[in-house]
Design a binder for this molecule. Structure first.
Ligand SMILES: [Fe+2]
Ligand SMILES: [Fe+2]
Length: 172
């Protein structure tokens, strides 16, 4: 067994070989390193530009909302698989929110519960909308970031949200 560390969320994965995606934040395996080679973006303590602070705060809000909405959707699921899929999506988005708080060096704000539809199909559609919005936003935030670690973080998150769209499309 080897210790791998995700350069995006900074969490450790213990296993034989790298996972294809970080089990915590969903980052692609390209961002996962052997422990001694890891330099997580969450460990960089640098002054941030005003644009980056604004973009990270917007991302934090978006991810906290997604977490709360996906927890609601997990509760409305019509199968064990969909329930667990949404619970995991919620946890991945919570991890994204955590990454933002670490880079901003702030504590996690209070998360307000969110409502969702009773209809599973409507929840899939809403999920696609949320993920598409996030993916587009993070692509822009990646280009706007002047800090290397923030650029890496938004590039990784952009890919994760695109992978979520792919996941939901398989259920539709
Ligand atoms: Fe990660
Ligand atoms: Fe996310």
């Amino acid at each position: 067994m080897t210790t791998y560390i995700c350069n995006v969320c900074g969490e450790a994965y213990l296993g034989e070989g790298k996972p294809k995606h970080c089990p915590f934040c969903g980052a692609h395996e390209a961002f996962i390193k052997e422990g001694k080679d890891a330099k997580p973006v969450t460990e960089v303590k640098e002054a941030l530009s005003d644009v980056t602070i604004k973009n990270l705060q917007e991302t934090l809000q978006l991810e906290m909302d997604a977490y709360a909405i996906y927890l609601c959707m997990a509760g409305k699921a019509d199968s064990y698989e969909i329930q667990k899929m949404y619970k995991r999506l919620a946890m991945v988005e919570y991890e994204h929110a955590t990454i933002c708080t670490k880079i901003l060096q702030i504590s996690m704000p209070e998360i307000v519960p969110r409502l969702c539809s009773d209809a599973v199909l409507e929840n899939f559609q809403k999920t696609l909308e949320l993920e598409d919005n996030a993916a587009n936003l993070y692509a822009r935030f990646a280009t706007e970031a002047v800090e290397r670690h923030v650029k890496i973080m938004f590039t990784a998150l952009h890919q994760v949200e695109l992978a979520h769209i792919d996941l939901i499309n398989k259920y539709m």
